[in-house]
Design a protein around this ligand. Structure first.
Ligand SMILES: Nc1ncnc2c1ncn2[C@@H]1O[C@H](COP(=O)(O)OP(=O)(O)OP(=O)(O)O)[C@@H](O)[C@H]1O
Length: 301
């Protein structure tokens, strides 16, 4: 696969730099003060129990949500919170639920992903001006190159809805790659896949990284994440709990506790949970009396 628009950044320099990202929905803080960096040449994993705030954080990175606090920079420039400007800057993403154009062909789906990189305007397209024809040919060539890269070149004319599930997920990745990103965000790319499809996806992500595209991936499949990622960040109740190599994260007992729901000292959200439990106990009349250390239960014994 030859790259056309993305400029290669030296390995190890930050591509994505998110700092102090907080996202509140009314009274609920879904993401709290999260810092995260992805360097060129890296594959970084974002894990955490259900509802930890992973997708909300992705939405803050890609301009779908305007973070309540914090900022997101791509290659040193602060990103405007507008999805199309984020894509134009060089960040592409896939979604947890497949979002293909089901009644369009495989090739057309990839061509849609290319529109941020084509300069020809509406009139040029409608009037079929020579510049448009040239741009269209170049786009088709690039789209076919991408289909070859992901192994779907023989299905270019198939309708997206007729593809097997694993191929639909691959097509989503090809469509994201069509915008020539420097950073690819993948939200649960192996959800619903069998082990064979998961292995193919793992190889595909390594190949994408080898093309000079940094990757940030959300996934619940731990084996997949720990095989794939140079670094892993763990979110719990919207806060960053641990960050490090697979070995560091796997060896951290707080991570295991967070997944099993076991309370541990200093756990994110623990204070809030304690407050809610105390309030509930008080409302139910079972809270320990504050002025007298003798409880009713003890009195009756
Ligand atoms: N648009 C929204 N409005 C209100 N609350 C939201 C919204 N989006 C997410 N939330 C809440 O924010 C919290 C984090 O959700 P989020 O989907 O980001 O978690 P997640 O880690 O991606 O979970 P999962 O692994 O299950 O996909 C949840 O409590 C969720 O209900």
């Amino acid at each position: 696969m030859t790259k056309t628009a993305t400029t290669t950044t030296e390995t190890g320099t930050p591509v994505l730099d998110a700092s102090g990202v907080t996202m509140r929905f009314g009274g609920l803080t879904a993401v709290r003060n999260v810092d995260l960096t992805v360097n060129a040449g890296e594959i970084v994993g974002l894990i955490g129990p259900n509802g930890a705030g992973k997708t909300t954080f992705f939405n803050c990175l890609t301009g779908l949500y305007v973070p309540t606090e914090g900022k997101v920079s791509y290659k040193g420039t602060v990103l405007p919170p507008k999805p199309h400007l984020v894509t134009q800057a060089g960040i592409a993403r896939t979604f947890q639920n497949i979002r293909l154009f089901a009644n369009m062909t495989v090739l057309e789906n990839v061509l849609v992903g290319r529109h941020t990189r084509t300069k020809e305007g509406l009139w040029s397209a409608l009037l079929r001006l020579p510049g448009y024809k040239k741009a269209e040919n170049a786009s088709r060539e690039r789209a076919m190159e991408l289909l070859e890269f992901i192994g779907l070149q023989d299905k270019a004319d198939h309708l997206a809805r007729n593809l097997p599930y694993g191929d639909q997920r691959k097509l989503e990745i090809a469509r994201a790659l069509a915008s020539d990103p420097g950073l690819l965000l993948l939200d649960e790319p192996t959800a619903g896949m069998n082990p064979q499809e998961t292995r193919v996806t793992e190889e595909l992500i390594f190949a994408i990284r080898d093309q000079g595209i940094a990757v940030l991936v959300i996934e619940h499949d731990m084996r997949f994440i720990f095989n794939l990622c140079d670094r892993v960040t763990v979110l719990v109740q919207g806060e960053k709990l641990v960050e490090g190599t697979a070995d560091v994260v796997q060896g951290d007992e707080r991570v295991v506790a967070a997944y099993l729901g076991t309370p541990f000292e200093g756990a994110p959200g623990a204070e809030e949970v304690a407050e809610v439990e105390a309030a509930e106990a008080e409302a139910a009349g079972t809270a320990p009396a504050k002025t007298d250390t003798t409880t009713e239960e003890e009195d009756t014994r």
